[in-house]
Design a protein around this ligand. Structure first.
Ligand code: PLP
Length: 441
């Protein structure tokens, strides 16, 4: 009997033994191609010597010291690199232990900003349906996935949700992609006017929606309009790049594709490529300065924030991304993987949409390609696909509830940026075999 309280109480998991490059191996010697980076985490692949060495070096000097007493060379160097990578207006990094913490930090920071500037009446967040921002209560409150929220609903903050930008499902027959994007962006304005803009703290969105909607990119012009509305009504724009950031879309920040700059952005998963648990909330100068020149103290903090060893791992990850040209590789290999997926699945009657950007891609599965009717939500399709893929030596990230938290299925792919042509072929082939087994023929 295992004494670990696992994610699922009745699931027999293989035990991991080792990893090398894009492959993981379990204690039975079975090898898996990691086509999802776990959950879009392992951007460098497994066992990268540069990161291991940096962690060892940090452990040999000082593994941990509390941030209430000391700063550290690794956290200072990491924040410097992040400030260099970010647009000129973003110069501060609040370093935490993961994605949910980074989003909690973003929410509290945004609230404190308005308190500092004398607008304590601001208390509402606006976010989007079908988004995911983490599992802690604050982050879950601003998430838009009905299934994840439901059991905890009485405990959650009241958040106003607008539509996602989901052209495959929602674009009208009489509107262009651009018009559709503007229409759904304008839902933010409508919601702001309904709530009263002077009561709103900010708007929260994933530039590319990850786990809950499957690599959903916005239509051109959508985020420009969102930024415009945030500026017009003077609310903060908070972007969640926990999954889509740190190079995964082929730019270090996914918002670079949208030609906008947020006021606050959260990153995490790829930041230390899974070698250590770390997240960061990056903050634009006006927000930071309001606190620095106001109370001088962000009323927050965690025991393991800016942990020197996690920062050393993140520093080595970012240096490796740069030295090995891996953000550009994510763009190039992402195109190759998308082409391979089109080649393999365009003729499938059950793959309705192939989407995403860089090495952040997804297939949306449908029972009927013409009508886009999803498979029955009672089918344990995601579970079956995940299990069958594993048996075939492939890790992928299938999920149900793509459309509204209940209906719809997709498979997310987010392989390491070191992926090469033979791995791409292996992913497409193994996914094909998996879907042939799990879907009706
Ligand atoms: N935000 C997004 C967009 C995510 O995808 C996730 C995790 O999947 C989180 C936040 C939460 O991150 P974590 O699981 O590290 O707490």
């Amino acid at each position: 009997m295992s004494h670990v309280f696992h994610r699922h109480c009745h699931q027999a998991l293989p035990t991991i033994a080792s990893g090398q490059g894009v492959y993981l191996t379990d204690t039975q010697g079975k090898r898996y191609l990691d086509a999802c980076g776990g959950a879009a985490v392992s951007c460098l692949g497994h066992n990268h010597p540069a990161v291991l060495e940096a962690i060892h070096r940090q452990l040999d000097s000082i593994p941990y010291a509390h941030t209430g007493f000391f700063t550290s060379e690794s956290s200072e160097a990491l924040a410097n690199i992040l400030a260099d990578l970010a647009p000129p207006l973003i110069n501060r990094a609040y370093l935490v232990s993961g994605g949910s913490e980074a989003m909690e930090t973003a929410l509290k920071l945004a609230r404190q900003y308005w308190v500092e500037v004398g607008q304590p009446q601001r208390q509402h967040f606006i976010a989007r349906r079908q988004s995911y921002h983490g599992n802690t209560l604050g982050a879950l409150s601003v998430g838009g996935n009905a299934w994840r929220r439901a059991p905890f609903a009485p405990l959650l903050m009241d958040t106003s949700l607008i539509a996602p930008c989901y052209a495959y499902r929602d674009q009208g027959p009489d509107e262009s992609a651009y018009q559709y994007g503007q229409r759904v962006a304008n839902e933010l304005e409508t919601m702001l006017l309904e709530k009263g803009p002077e009561t709103v703290i900010g708007f929260i969105a994933e530039p590319v929606v990850g786990a809950t909607a499957g690599a959903l990119t916005a239509e051109t012009g959508y985020f420009t309009r969102i930024r415009e509305i945030c500026d017009q009504y003077n609310i903060l724009l908070i972007l969640d790049e926990v999954m889509c950031g740190t190079g995964r879309t082929g730019r270090f920040f996914a918002f670079e594709h949208e030609h906008i700059v947020p006021d606050i952005v959260a990153i995490a998963k790829g930041l230390a490529a899974g070698y250590q648990p770390i997240g960061a909330t990056l903050v634009a100068d006006p927000v930071y300065n309001a606190i620095a020149h106001g109370s001088g103290f962000f009323q927050h903090g965690h025991t393991f924030m800016a942990h020197p060893t996690t920062c050393a791992a993140a520093l080595a990850t970012l240096t490796t991304l740069e030295q090995e040209g891996l953000v550009d590789a994510a763009e190039k290999q992402g195109k190759a993987l998308k082409t391979a997926l089109h080649h393999q699945f365009d003729s499938s009657p059950f793959v309705g949409d192939i989407r995403g950007r860089g090495l952040f891609l997804a297939l949306e599965l449908v029972a009927d390609k013409e009508t886009k009717q999803p498979f029955s939500s009672t089918l344990p399709l995601a579970k079956q696909i995940k299990q069958t893929a594993l048996e075939n030596g492939l890790m992928c990230y299938p999920m149900g509830g793509t459309i509204d938290g209940k209906q719809g299925h997709h498979i997310l792919l987010a392989p390491p940026y070191i992926i090469k042509a033979p791995h791409i072929d292996e992913i497409a082939d193994k996914l094909r075999i998996t879907l042939d087994t799990c879907l009706p023929h």
